[in-house]
Design a protein around this ligand. Structure first.
Ligand SMILES: Cc1ncc(COP(=O)(O)O)c(C=O)c1O
Length: 380
């Protein structure tokens, strides 16, 4: 008889809600992807790369020109020098990079601290490695890390902590003080860090995103994960990269070469060309997405939802406790069918969901889509 290695895992909520939205012709603010086109030059570069014959396996760690473009981007935006040969690995999506990093370092019985609400791919990767996820909630309404509580969860078996800033689903961003706390705890307890930074450029209201790469001691014990899909609006291209010191990179690549082996060649060539031509493109993202956040939030001003505007990522959490006490998983489906707006229930991001009534909405959508969605949500 087959016993599942992941008995509690079904099809992800993102797949389910997008399918339900399509079935009912609802506005899909559930899954995190843009509904507007990626930069034309980037799309042209992909066609050109394929037509120029760049269609066979790239090197296992990624095309050198793309790794060099990534190193230049990190230097330009963070003034940090990264070795493209030994510290950068191009992966088919940050999800694969995160899976490989966790698998590379977590052994049977190791404990891994996850901060709930957490992106759904972390816990299964820990479980498949024989590790034990230890869930620590982010605190209060602001979804801030409670470092006292995190420290209290550390034991002699704790091997790794997974962080995610800017944060999906809450939109919160670690402050410099948070990063210093992490630096201190990781050093003091000799922990490794898996830092999911896929929304690094989506930070609003003149705040700043801090990467583990900017803290020298922390960088030495961290895998930092990024997604071209999020930065360049091409989530379907499933391409990202992991930056880690050489010894960690070596271990990550041992897994990556047998999970996916490589990423997609013409996609990598196109990204390298675009990054070379438009090195300042990422600097446009904060303003672009902040305008969308503001449009969505202004549209909801007259609604019965309670919310604090998101400070990062492209997600907005709305509290519906003034409207109904229907559980969020049921309400998501109901409103997709009846109101015509699909969202994601916040409870799915927790091991033990708090008694809160919250939904997550993606605002990486065309302005008129956001306005129409807000109009429908105001009618509730
Ligand atoms: C927090 C977080 N990490 C990782 C990913 C996955 O990125 P990729 O599509 O590059 O695998 C996502 C995608 O939604 C995400 O929200």
């Amino acid at each position: 008889m087959l016993t599942s290695k992941l008995p509690k895992v079904g099809t992800t909520i993102f797949t389910q809600m997008s399918a339900l939205a399509a079935e009912h012709g609802a506005i899909n603010l559930s899954q995190g992807f843009p509904d507007f086109p990626a930069p034309e030059r980037l799309r042209q570069a992909l066609g050109k790369a394929a037509m120029a014959g760049r269609n066979q396996y790239p090197p296992m760690s990624g095309l050198p020109e793309l790794r060099e473009a990534v190193a230049r981007q990190i230097q330009r935006f963070r003034d940090v020098v990264v070795d493209p040969v030994n510290e950068i690995t191009i992966v088919p999506g940050a999800t694969e990079g995160i899976f490989c990093a966790i698998t590379a370092v977590v052994k049977t019985g190791d404990e891994v601290i996850l901060l709930d609400p957490a992106y759904d791919s972390y816990a299964p990767a820990v479980a498949l490695s024989g590790g034990l996820p230890v869930h620590v909630p982010l605190g209060g309404t602001g979804f801030k890390p409670d470092w006292g509580r995190i420290e209290a969860a550390i034991t002699a078996r704790t091997r790794l902590i997974v962080i995610n800033s800017p944060h999906n689903p809450s939109g919160s961003v670690f402050t410099q003080a948070d990063m210093k706390q992490l630096d201190h705890l990781a050093g003091h307890y000799d922990l490794l860090v898996c830092s999911d930074e896929v929304y690094e450029f989506l930070v609003f209201d003149d705040q700043r995103h801090y990467s583990v790469l900017e803290f020298p001691a922390l960088r030495e014990r961290s895998f930092a994960h990024f997604s071209f899909g999020k930065t360049f609006g091409v989530t379907g291209w499933k391409t990202g990269y992991c930056v880690a010191p050489p010894a960690l990179t070596q271990e990550l690549r041992k897994i990556h070469q047998y999970v996916a082996f490589v990423g997609v060649t013409p996609v990598q060539a196109a990204l390298a060309q675009f990054m070379d031509e438009y090195p300042d493109y990422p600097a446009t993202l904060a303003g672009f997405y902040q305008q969308k956040r503001d449009l969505f939030c202004q549209g909801l001003a007259a609604s019965r939802f309670r919310f604090t505007p998101s400070t990062g990522s492209y997600f907005q959490v709305l509290d519906y406790s003034d409207i109904t006490d229907t559980p969020d998983t049921r309400l998501c489906e109901q409103w997709t069918r009846e109101i015509g707006v699909a969202s994601i229930p916040m409870s799915v991001f927790y091991q033990e969901p708090p008694k809160k009534q919250q939904l997550r909405f993606c605002f990486a959508k065309a302005d008129d889509t956001l306005q129409e969605a807000a109009r429908r949500l105001c009618k509730i």
